[in-house]
Design a protein around this ligand. Structure first.
Ligand code: SF4
Length: 285
């Protein structure tokens, strides 16, 4: 490839973009979240459930007006980066820049620092690093950065199951619904749900996480999986868990499924539990 086809991107630009997204995603929830909760409040049969949903909307409004995080758990920072293959990074290490962006965003933004350096030693890193960085090479000369701070009240309720290819759609639905049922009030319902189907052990979990980052108004492009998303939402909202677990018909706001090819001998399924504070934001540089 000729050198003039390459676009240089200074990693300082990535660092700044990550820092800004860490702060903004913790204050402003994705477009449509307030509307969907407000609509659910109108239709919620449980009086307590309705009151809770209204309070969640008030909480979002307060976060917006005061410029403070929607939730005290400001999450571990997950970053998906789609990197155009015609990009050449200059100015240092991309991974280091992403982590410096997280540190800058969390420390300067006054966000809670929730990351420990070692899973057993449990000593806080005091700047919310390291982040979890997923990179993918795509065509072009742009870099798309998605930042998704993930709270662990919901993350801890996630599950993965390696089905055999004999599993039916109903088997998968039952597994997802059972996962939500077992979680009860722990993920701060109303929840949002990312489901990954296919790939291998680790990819189906990443698919589930990516599903949580998809616009809530966009159904799976495959009509079969779009219907499955609706079926899952109906089944989950029939569980009666309700807002914050106090009963009602609003247990989940939406279900997003992402799929990938898999092996003839397997059928991995992952459920990534999100809460109503399902933060994600993106920018293209
Ligand atoms: S599960 Fe969500 S709403 Fe509950 S504490 Fe964690 S981030 Fe906050």
């Amino acid at each position: 490839m000729k050198a003039n086809c390459i676009r240089e991107v200074d990693v300082a630009v990535i660092k700044d973009a990550v820092a800004k997204l860490c702060v903004s995603t913790n204050i402003h929830l994705p477009h449509g979240m307030r509307d969907i909760i407000s609509r659910r409040a109108e239709n919620e049969e449980s009086k307590l459930g309705k009151d809770i949903l209204i309070e969640l909307c008030d909480n979002m409004d307060a976060a917006e007006s005061y410029g403070i995080p929607v939730c005290q758990d400001t999450g571990m920072t997950v970053i998906f980066m789609e990197i155009g293959q015609d990009v050449h990074f200059i100015g240092g290490s991309l991974e280091k820049a992403a982590n410096e962006g997280v540190a800058q965003g969390y420390v300067n933004g006054g966000l809670r620092l929730s990351v420990v350096k070692d899973p057993l030693d449990r000593v806080n890193t005091n700047n919310n690093t390291p982040c979890i960085l997923h990179t993918k090479l795509v065509q072009g000369d742009k870099v798309k950065i998605i930042v998704a701070p993930k709270g662990f009240g919901s993350e801890n309720m996630s599950a993965l199951k390696m089905f055999t290819p004999a599993a039916s759609e109903e088997d998968i639905i039952n597994f997802v619904v059972e996962t939500v049922s077992n979680a009860g009030s722990n993920p701060c319902p109303p929840i949002t749900l990312g489901v990954g189907i296919g790939g291998d052990f680790e990819l189906c979990a990443i698919l589930a996480k990516k599903a949580l980052c998809r616009d809530m108004a966009v159904r799976n492009s495959n009509p079969f999986y779009a219907r499955m998303e609706e079926k899952l939402l109906d089944r989950i909202n029939s569980l009666g868990i309700g807002p914050q677990g106090f009963g009602g018909r609003t247990t989940a706001l939406y279900v997003n499924i992402e799929t990938y090819a898999t092996h003839i001998a397997g059928l991995p399924v992952a459920v990534n539990m999100g809460c109503h504070v399902n933060r994600h934001g993106e920018v293209v540089v």
